[in-house]
Write a protein of this length. Structure first.
Length: 697
């Protein structure tokens, strides 16, 4: 062989090697795209071999566990998750996968040192060229909160490029070194092809919509979920443009977002509101990411989208509950002051009744005043209905009886409405204010009647139901056993545009002067203050169902007997405490008419001082809750420290719910302002004679 022919052979060999190197470079770019898809996804992706060893994990998985890839790859699943979770949850799913079946589940996991979270996990069998299942590809999606994609792809690309550059320099130094590098690249070539196929499988089966497209909008890839959502056939993918799937306004916003991406900020996440064919609101979260070339120009975009409608609905309900809490506090204060004024009027009317018979010229005027007081008290009940703690008489109640009686009453006045009833025979008892629950039902009946243009069908039902922790999360109540009341109408339904406001106080769709807007607000507040839930489902043109959930009572399953009538008298000494002078005056007169000796105190400190001087002579303290110096709770504690057996009856313009903590500390009873002499006399005798008082309106 001549020297010239040797050079030619080496030159030819060198050219062949460079061609192979270029082919490997092309494979490297394909691998980079595959890695880009896997590491940009919000889903947690892992590959597990038949020995239950992690062979590959993506960046999202590492972030979720708070560990490095090197700490996970090569480790057994049992060591990473612990034997209990592995044997009980993970291993059966992996074994099903190794049997050649795709399996999916939703499980609660707790990463080391992290909070308990719920994940949707899909196990996909991966087969080698011979068709044997060699790995389980696991796709995990966090469905408790949205995850933000983590950047990190660029660093991996930089490391890979430095390695390639280093090896290229080595190849140029010596042919022998180049041959070794080519052999190494051949092995890497197969690994890259295998890796690309694995990640294509992951992208195809993940529960999110995934697509890639050029700067012009032409789609280059779309997974099965994306194609199903947009009714796109795989054979028409190459000629499709992503912008054609969106409205003109959404299209412009999308282009603007993509134009703002740059190598330093290559990703953007946003939410999109849409509507389905039934007019229901849907929400999707999109994550768009750009892949740039060496000059910083976008080569391709990737979009990943997940459905967040359920999360947005939960957020809406939480916001509604918080808003109602704030408004309820204001309404409660107004109702308290108004009830104090009504108490002064009612007390004086009660005193005048003692000297006026039915034939007296002013008797009808007094009755008219008392009716107006009742109307005012009803208004404050509506306000306290959605104010904090708006419960009055709390007793065991059979909801079948309440629903049936209110339905019969409503049906007699609305004969054009057909009422259909279906009650669970063995419905559990609930602890509730029967009057307030009747108010809830009447408001729901009226709402249904108005929605049906005064003609149609109302379906009523009761059911014992157990609700779980997930269901009660947006409502801030405890899970367990409840009784559900359902009120369904065949009306026009609720406009989705206003559905988030229907429980707002003073919000109404009726003409000005035709409604107060307190009906559904009272429903919301009353049910909430009973520890329950009110929810609704509505379809435009097909009607609405309101569901009221009330917790099952732990008391005896029977309703107490009705109280006797008439004014009861007594000879005892009573300490009357109130910071309003007109209530002190009328209260003193009422008590003296009943035969009691009265000691007055105009504030909390005055009450403690007077009680200290006459503690053994005082048989009962009637105590106001809200006073400017010290509140009723502190006064109660100080009186009990002076004399442990003193009997105390709370009286307030607020409702019993606000007095609950004092009642729990041993207070003997509660009476709601305004009250007349008869109610006050019964409350006093129950506390003095029996040591406790069933609260009365």
């Amino acid at each position: 062989m001549t020297h010239t022919s040797s050079i030619d052979e080496l030159t030819s060999e060198n050219r062949l090697l460079r061609q192979k190197l270029q082919a490997l470079e092309n494979e490297k770019k394909a691998w980079r795209k595959t890695q880009f898809i896997a590491n940009a996804a919000d889903q947690l992706l892992t590959m597990i071999d038949r020995n239950y060893i992690y062979e590959s994990v993506n960046q999202a998985y590492c972030r979720a566990r708070g560990q490095r890839r090197d700490d996970l790859v090569g480790q057994s699943v049992a060591d990473v998750w612990g034997k209990t979770q592995f044997e009980g949850i993970i291993k059966p799913k992996i074994d099903t996968c190794f049997a050649g079946n795709v399996t999916s589940s939703e499980d609660w996991f707790k990463f080391d040192g992290r909070e308990l979270r719920c994940y949707q996990v899909t196990y996909n069998p991966y087969r080698d060229d011979s068709g044997q299942v060699t790995h389980a590809v696991v796709v995990t999606h966090d469905i408790t909160a949205r995850k933000h994609a983590e950047a990190g792809m660029m660093k991996a690309n930089d490391r890979l490029e430095r390695r390639v550059q280093q090896r290229t320099e080595e190849l140029e130094q010596a042919n022998d070194q180049l041959r070794n590098e080519v052999e190494e690249r051949k092995r890497a070539e197969k690994a890259l092809r295998d890796s690309e196929e694995r990640y294509r499988s992951v992208s195809r089966d993940m529960p999110a919509m995934v697509c890639r497209f050029l700067p012009s909008g032409t789609l280059t890839f779309a997974n099965l979920r994306f194609r199903s959502h947009f009714r796109l056939r795989e054979d028409t993918l190459a000629g499709s443009n992503i912008y054609s799937f969106f409205s003109q306004a959404d299209r412009q916003q999308m282009k603007k977002r993509l134009q703002n991406l740059n190598p330093d900020s290559p990703m953007v996440t946003y939410e999109q509101q849409t509507y389905n064919n039934a007019g229901e609101t849907l929400w999707r979260q999109w994550t768009d990411r750009a892949l740039f070339d060496e000059r910083g120009l976008p080569m391709e975009y990737q979009s990943v989208s997940i459905d967040i409608t359920e999360k947005k609905n939960v957020e809406r309900k939480l916001h509604q509950a918080q808003k109602m809490e704030a408004i309820g506090t204001l309404a409660g204060g107004i109702a308290h002051d108004f009830n104090n004024l009504l108490m002064g009027i009612q007390g004086n009317v009660s005193l005048m009744y003692l000297d006026v018979r039915s034939g007296h010229p002013h008797y009808e005027n007094l009755r008219s005043i008392e009716q107006l007081v009742d109307s005012g008290a009803n208004l404050t009940r509506q306000l306290l209905g959605f104010a904090r703690g708006g419960k009055y008489v709390v007793k065991p109640v059979n909801l079948n009886d309440v629903v049936a009686e209110t339905a019969a009453l409503f049906g007699r006045t609305r004969k054009a409405i057909r009422i259909h009833e279906c009650y669970t025979p063995d419905v559990h008892m609930v602890s509730a204010d029967r009057g307030q629950i009747e108010q809830v039902l009447i408001n729901l009946y009226l709402n249904a009647w108005q929605a049906m243009s005064e003609k149609g069908d109302i379906y009523l039902s009761t059911q014992n139901i157990t609700i779980d922790e997930n269901f009660v999360k947006p409502f801030e109540v405890t899970y367990g056993d409840y009784v559900r009341i359902s009120v369904t109408d065949t009306g026009k339904g609720i406009d989705p545009a206003i559905s988030h406001r229907i429980f707002d106080p003073f919000f109404t769709t009726k003409e000005f002067g035709s409604g107060s807007g307190l009906g559904l607000a009272s429903v919301f507040g009353i049910v909430k203050n009973h520890g329950g839930i009110v929810d609704f489902e509505s379809h435009t043109g097909r009607g609405t169902t309101f569901s009221v959930y009330l917790p099952v009572s732990r008391e005896a399953d029977r309703e107490p007997a009705p109280a006797p009538v008439g004014i009861l008298k007594g000879p005892e000494t009573i300490l009357l405490v109130d910071d309003e002078p007109y209530i002190l005056d009328v209260g003193t007169k009422m008590l003296k008419k009943m035969g009691y000796t009265v000691i007055r105190a105009n504030c909390g400190e005055d009450a403690v001082r007077r009680f200290r001087g006459a503690r053994q002579q005082i048989d009962l303290v009637i105590l106001d809750m809200i006073m400017p110096d010290i509140g009723g709770g502190e006064v109660f504690d100080r009186l009990r420290s002076l004399r442990a057996d003193i009997k105390v009856l709370l009286a307030s313009g607020y409702s019993m719910g606000d007095a609950a903590t004092i009642i729990e500390r041993g207070c003997n009873g509660f009476i709601q302002k305004p009250f007349n002499m008869e109610r006050l006399s019964h409350a006093i005798r129950e506390v003095i004679d029996h040591g406790h008082h069933q609260p009365a309106i």
